[in-house]
Design a protein. Structure first.
Length: 393
């Protein structure tokens, strides 16, 4: 066991709190997609495969914008990166107001995805620097807890609005318009605050920080692959959840949105508890235990065991909760501060794994509701190998 260490330094408390609010925002924005799929399938009469373009388009923004975001943040700093990301996010959300076609909505989601890329590229490595190195994983997990809170509130509030029991037509632009205004106001707040750059200018000049240097670190590359596989698994499960439990006839759309909200509460609690545990337990060991849990849950879900499969699917959220921040912090653990900015731009390309839902949707349309879980199972197996190898390091 590692000795307990303080979570952050007193001088970093305010920046830590401010940056953590961003985790809530992008959690909310990404989780809306989990109910948007089913809404568009019913309203626009499209298949699961076609609706998966929602994830493909949004996470394509991550893939295309990640390296430019890293370059921008390295040159202009974390605060400007956050403000620019919030501005794109807000404008993309407001673009839902005039949109009236599936293609128009996809365009708006692409802009939102680009904005979220800037936020995540800035916030994730910044949080790892706001305190002792040995509690970086714990600190990032704590911030990511608010990401889980945003996810829960999005699926519960927006799901209740889109799938309300009176059967009325819900205008999807309403929640996006509210979100757009709020995000732009927060962007204005960030233009007025100072976020200290952790790395000094002299240190920046002395160290190499290019992508080539980062990619020569084999543990970073392994972590990059593990994070991509995690994103394939996590995003695919979230995106398929409502379709799965309604397709099996287990519950209605409204009930499904509430159950996935419950699952995301469990996810949020898992991150909070995991953050606390990792103050005493090594991050790589915690990751290994949790990945064993996710692999077991996916196998039980695929076996079509009725209520047991549903319980296993929900329990998976507890086990996967700590994975993203833990893999992220382990991947950049051996890198210098300025190198972490370059590394973050590569790591933030991994949400392109959300496109894995396209294959999951095709399997759901052409086989049975249970087989598609082979996609996240494969992703979790790769993470399991990474955690095992890292624990032996």
């Amino acid at each position: 066991m590692a000795n307990k260490a303080k979570l952050t330094d007193k001088r970093y408390v305010v920046p830590f709190v401010l940056i953590t609010t961003l985790f809530f925002l992008w959690g909310f924005a990404r989780a809306i997609l989990d109910v948007l799929n089913k809404h568009f399938q019913d309203e626009l009469h499209i298949s699961i495969t076609q609706s998966s373009l929602i994830q493909v388009t949004t996470y394509l923004g991550y893939f295309l914008m990640a390296i430019p975001a890293g370059i921008f943040i390295s040159r202009y700093g974390y605060r400007r990166g956050v403000v620019f990301g919030l501005t794109l996010f807000g404008l993309g959300a407001l673009a839902f107001i005039p949109g009236n076609t599936f293609v128009a909505f996809l365009g708006a989601l692409f802009v939102i995805g680009c904005g979220l890329t800037f936020l995540e590229t800035a916030a994730n490595p910044y949080v790892t620097e706001l305190g002792p190195k040995e509690t970086a994983s714990s600190r990032l997990n704590l911030s990511q807890t608010f990401n889980g809170m945003g996810c829960f509130m999005a699926t519960f509030l927006v799901g209740s609005f889109l799938f309300r029991e009176d059967g009325g037509n819900a205008d999807v632009s309403v929640p996006y318009a509210i979100m757009g205004v709020l995000v732009l106001l927060i962007a204005l707040v960030f233009t007025r605050v100072e976020l200290p750059e952790v790395t000094s200018e002299s240190e920046n000049r002395q160290e190499q920080s290019g992508l080539g240097v980062v990619l020569r670190n084999r543990w970073f590359v392994f972590g990059l692959l593990a994070l991509l596989c995690y994103e394939i698994a996590e995003i695919s499960i979230n995106s398929y959840f409502v379709n799965f439990v309604t397709g099996t006839g287990w519950m209605s759309k409204l009930d499904a949105s509430r159950v996935v909200s419950l699952a995301l509460v469990i996810f949020m609690v898992g991150r909070f508890v995991g953050s606390w545990i990792m103050r005493s337990v090594k991050a790589e060991r915690m990751l290994l235990y949790c990945t064993l849990g996710t692999v077991t849950c996916m196998l039980l879900t695929m076996l079509n065991l009725g209520i047991l499969s549903l319980i296993a699917l929900i329990a998976n959220y507890m086990f996967e909760a700590i994975m993203f921040p833990t893999i992220f912090s382990l991947a950049v653990q051996e890198l210098r501060p300025q190198q972490k900015k370059s590394a973050a731009s590569l790591l933030m390309m991994t949400p392109i794994g959300g496109c894995g839902f396209l294959l999951m949707g095709w399997l759901a349309d052409n086989t049975n509701p249970f087989l598609p879980f082979i996609i996240p199972l494969a992703g979790f197996i790769v993470v399991l190998i990474y955690a095992w190898r890292f624990s032996l390091k």
